[in-house]
Design a protein around this ligand. Structure first.
Ligand code: 5GP
Ligand code: ZN
Length: 116
């Protein structure tokens, strides 16, 4: 795992501002933005600024970051007008992960078509 991987990683490019995204939140450690192909009425991604490929690449040094990601989910979901929501972390290609930069999906507000 590398600290930053902007040359190849689409989410690192969004974090740096090199490519645009509909951001809904940003602080020193995280960005959150709407998914480009939403699978629900509201579908956003909570993304750590640290380039960690997947949940499998996390260890105890990432514990606070992971906890913060989970706590951001209800905060941002509420800000987006959701009363309830679903969360998803795909891990590895076999787990349905397409972008190899750890992220938490948040879905709500209507139909959800998650195949994996
Ligand atoms: P994964 O399958 O890796 O868990 O989810 C990756 C998600 O990132 C997909 O839902 C996909 O639509 C979204 N995504 C991929 N590229 C971009 C992008 O350039 N901008 C935004 N906003 N979302 C993206
Ligand atoms: Zn990255």
């Amino acid at each position: 795992m590398s600290a930053h991987n902007e040359n190849t990683c689409i989410f690192c490019k969004i974090i740096s501002g090199a490519i645009p995204a509909k951001k809904i939140y940003e602080d020193a450690d995280f960005v959150a933005f709407h998914d480009i192909k939403p699978m629900a009425k509201v579908h956003f991604l909570i993304v750590p600024k640290l380039h960690v490929e997947s949940l499998k690449d996390c260890d105890e040094t990432h514990q606070a970051m992971l906890g913060k990601a989970l706590l951001l989910a209800p905060q941002l979901a509420t800000e987006q007008g959701l009363i309830g929501f679903k969360t998803l972390i795909n891990t590895g290609p076999e787990g349905g992960q397409e972008v190899m930069h750890l992220h938490l999906h948040v879905f709500g507000g209507g139909a959800l078509s998650v195949a994996n």
